[in-house]
Design a binder for this molecule. Sequence first.
Ligand code: DP6
Length: 330
Amino acid sequence: MISTAAAAAHPNIAFIKYWGNQDDDLRIPANGSLSMTLDGLQTRTTVEFDTSLKADQLILNGEPIAGEALTRVSATLDHLRQRAELNTSALVRSENSFPTGTGIASSASAFAALVMAGSTALGLCLSERELSQLARIGSGSASRSIPGGFVEWQAGSDHESSYAVSIAGPEHWALVDYVVLVSSQHKSVSSSRGHQLAATSPLQAARVADADRRLALCRKALLAKDFPAFAEVVEQDSNLMHSVMMTSTPPLYYWAPGTLEIINAVREWREEGLQVCFTIDAGPNVHVLCPDTEAEAVKRRLTSLVSVRSLLKCTPGGPAWLIEPEISGV
Ligand code: DP6
């Protein structure tokens, strides 16, 4: 017997970051976070539960994948199977629309699409909250890729209380996120490993203790479309996370020289009156944020910087959604 469903989801960029867990297994975060779902980029995933399969299989961008990624996918499917009281294995086929080598983390869109497709294939009728909770177990930031627009993940303290909700739809604020790709030879340490190291930094406790204040400031600025206030808190939050990363044991340095060139340029442009700010995830690429009215000016300036390898323009996107399953070629 075969039961199939497919879903798509966008990745997201956090304005207030998730870094460090209260519980690594369930991915209950140390602090709440706030993000924008990114239109233009997506993961499309088909899940086929098939009683003739002996074990789960994962095909990513056309390539069979084993090891850590498959284990993580299987563990997430286990939670769905437990709910459905079934133990059928699945074939998971997933495609990212992101241009290769962009360095955009795909785990958020991947686990959001997986949970939506998998639960539908199993006939589970889950609410947005339940989908967000289950996506979170696969990858913390995936909890924020279930709802659309501007999304807050309330940290909570257990599985039930830790999930994300939309606080404003994608039409609320026409913000642009230029994902600026910077050359780098470094191989990044995975976010999952980074989260485990966060508590080794003496700065993590201070970052977490102040997180609710930053979250409230960011939420307020976002709802009021107050760019100057938004810019200050977004950059401070990103800097705090990177301070924790750099002071962990062992230390994590995600920045490349080009990262700093862009940080300095963005700050200079803002002083000159342009509405623009930056935020950086676990890698050297910089997300440069601005209202769409400034987008052309920001793009022109960015393309003049020597460290900028390429640019990807994203705008606020919608929630994860069901799609037509792709016909199995295997
Ligand atoms: C720096 O969600 O990728 O992007 O839960 O281990 O899969 P896992 O980590 P992940 O961490 C994201 C970290 C970040 C900040 C953020 O998105 O909030």
